[in-house]
Design a binder for this molecule. Structure first.
Ligand SMILES: [Zn+2]
Ligand SMILES: [Zn+2]
Length: 610
């Protein structure tokens, strides 16, 4: 393969007219994937950055002089900017910088959407989320510093590390021929609980009947089949006619689909029985599901994170960001909910512990999504090797997913290894939490506990729905991009101090596109090597160093509960301690928390290279 970074070529585009060649730029090349095939990562000129893709060299050709080049709707891009990119990549500094922070994304994750395509009802967890983050990274000229990682699908064995065979069967269409080599002679277990054999999953007689009105379960504080969804919607069960009609619709669609589609067989999990506001069927109130594509997207989301994590553990990269969807932290071992099907982080953590037993013995998961990660908590509740620390809006059990109480601390050997920093507004005057409250939770509680645990790697379930700009039912908090940058800096410093920098951030929630993209880009920027990281100091970085009353009461309760399991400074337990941050962290003058931005810039499409 003779393509060089920055080259202007022609390439077949993945969607639309498959026979048309478009002008493209070579961003990166891969001599050998896990399948042994070479790949080229191309950016299609004049198209948004989320359309860039890893493709086979057979779909790339040198540009031909005689025929005119076809550009995307944004037109031709600056040749000089691509030359700059190529020069940067060939310098010693460029080579070094691009071995530091990885970014994984894959177009197959865009396929997961509601069959209504959000034409009238906008579903919060939608493909635009990824597009907006990539566009912002592009606008801020950060993509050039990131090593693009090629994703793959998670395997059956990997999913079974966390999920029950029944759950995996429901969301992973089984083709017994395809998996014939994996079938063993082991008889299926009558009621499989956790990971069993491949045979069990292939031969298990039938899936359990749908039960959308399952009730709150007190164990682990987790819930199965919530009666309210992420945004507060209430379960409406579809009638049998509706369910059968939908199944026929997708069976017909699949029959007429191009045979080259990798996943044409529709799947219909037993929980796909809720009627959503758009009229389509969904899972657990508001979790969209496409019978043809969602399963593939969910498997690629897990596989993408697994690939990135391998690069980090093997030392090819220091840290990384997994730009993946569907998210994972609400998915329990046996239950899909809250926009999540497979628990991306949980599968990757158990995979790392199993694959690298001599070096990876303990993992810390930090979860700063505004919602409690009920799935992650449940999966690791009795596991002493995984410390789960979640910061979330709890409101005394009134906020989705209604679990995550501060006294849910783990059980058995995992007792104390589940830390719920559960925020509730004060009874008299509830105020939303913001930068000061989240940073104080890190400073006073998360960091001291993480140091004592001393992990070999840090995972962050990085949801950005605590970002300012989310409606009350999807977040309602006020963390700014600077707040997310500071939190990222704190976990990065922790990773450098404790585990050779091994750190991975994974996208979970975040639904208001601009706040999501600004917050995610601010976090990604802090992962980069110091020479290209935007300057960020803790001194004079916050508008306030005093927390609101609700946060003081919330943190005090967490400190009291966890002083049984961890050594916390005694002043944290004093009734007069108010969890202030260091005085020098307060800005002397008012600090703008909005990202600096030319008012018109949002509407100007960047026609520049990386
Ligand atoms: Zn819909
Ligand atoms: Zn969330």
């Amino acid at each position: 393969m003779s393509y060089i970074t920055g080259d202007q070529v022609e390439a077949i585009k993945w969607t639309d007219d498959v026979n048309e060649w478009y002008c493209a730029r070579v961003v990166d090349t891969l001599n050998k994937t896990t399948d042994g095939e070479p790949l080229v990562f191309v950016h299609y000129e004049g198209w948004p950055p989320d359309e860039a893709d890893w493709i086979s060299p057979t779909l790339v050709r040198p540009r031909t002089k005689h025929s005119p080049l076809r550009f995307g709707p944004r037109g031709q891009e600056s040749d000089q900017s691509w030359k700059d990119y190529a020069t940067f990549c060939s310098t010693q500094a460029g080579l070094r910088i691009r071995q530091h922070t990885g970014l994984v994304h894959d177009r197959r994750m865009v396929l997961h959407c509601c069959p209504c395509h959000s034409r009238e009802t906008v579903h919060p967890e939608r493909p635009d989320r990824i597009a907006s983050i990539l566009q912002t990274l592009h606008n801020q000229r950060l993509l050039r510093y990131l090593r693009r990682i090629h994703a793959r699908e998670a395997t059956l064995e990997e999913l079974l590390l966390v999920h029950t065979p029944t759950h995996v069967r429901n969301y992973f269409p089984m083709d017994s021929e395809k998996h014939a080599s994996l079938i063993t002679n082991e008889p299926p277990r009558p009621s499989p609980q956790r990971m069993t054999s491949i045979a069990a999953i292939l031969n298990h007689p039938s899936s359990p009947p749908p039960s959308p009105s399952r009730q709150t379960r007190p164990r682990h504080g987790s819930i199965v089949g919530p009666t309210r969804g992420v945004g507060g919607g209430v379960v409406v069960q579809a009638d049998q006619d509706h369910i059968e009609q939908q199944h026929r619709r997708f069976s017909n669609a699949a029959a007429s689909a191009d045979a080259s589609q990798s996943d044409p067989a529709p799947i219909s999990p037993p929980d796909l029985v809720c009627k959503m506001t758009c009229g389509e069927l969904g899972i657990a109130v508001d979790t969209t599901f496409h019978p043809l594509f969602s399963s593939l997207s969910a498997r690629v989301a897990v596989g993408a994170l697994l690939q990135l994590v391998d690069h980090i553990v093997q030392g090819h990269l220091r840290n990384g960001f997994a730009l993946i969807r569907p998210p994972g932290h609400h998915a329990e071992d046996d239950n899909a909910m809250g926009f999540c099907f497979f628990n991306n982080v949980a599968v990757s953590v158990l995979s790392v512990l199993q694959k690298y037993p001599s070096t990876m013995k303990k993992v810390l998961i930090v979860d700063w999504d505004v919602h409690h990660g009920n799935g992650t908590q449940k999966i690791f509740y009795d596991n002493p090797n995984v410390l789960y620390i979640s910061l979330h809006r709890w409101d005394r059990g009134q906020f989705y997913p209604f679990s995550g109480a501060p006294d849910e601390c783990g059980e058995g050997a995992g007792l104390g290894r589940n830390v719920n920093i559960a925020f509730s507004g004060s009874q008299e005057k509830p105020k939303p939490m913001g930068d000061t409250e989240f940073i104080a939770a890190f400073y006073h509680i998360l960091i001291p506990i993480a140091r004592q645990f001393s992990p070999d790697m840090i995972f962050v379930s990085a949801g950005f729905d605590a970002a300012e700009g989310h409606p009350d039912n999807l977040g309602g908090y006020k963390v700014t991009p600077r707040g997310f940058a500071l939190m990222t800096r704190m976990v990065k410093d922790l990773a450098e101090e404790l585990c050779d920098g091994r750190l991975v951030l994974t996208l979970e929630g975040g639904y208001a596109l601009e706040p999501l993209a600004d917050a995610a880009a601010a976090s990604v920027a802090q992962l980069l090597p110091a020479e290209v990281t935007p300057p960020l100091q803790f001194a004079q970085s916050l508008n306030a160093i005093k927390l609101n009353q609700g946060a003081v009461e919330s943190l005090r309760q967490v400190a009291e509960i966890h002083s049984k399991y961890w050594e916390l400074p005694s002043h944290l337990l004093s009734s007069s301690f108010r969890f202030h941050l260091p005085a020098e962290w307060r800005a002397r003058d008012g600090l703008s928390t909005r990202p600096r931005r030319d008012k018109k810039a949002r509407n100007v499409l960047v026609a520049e290279g990386y």
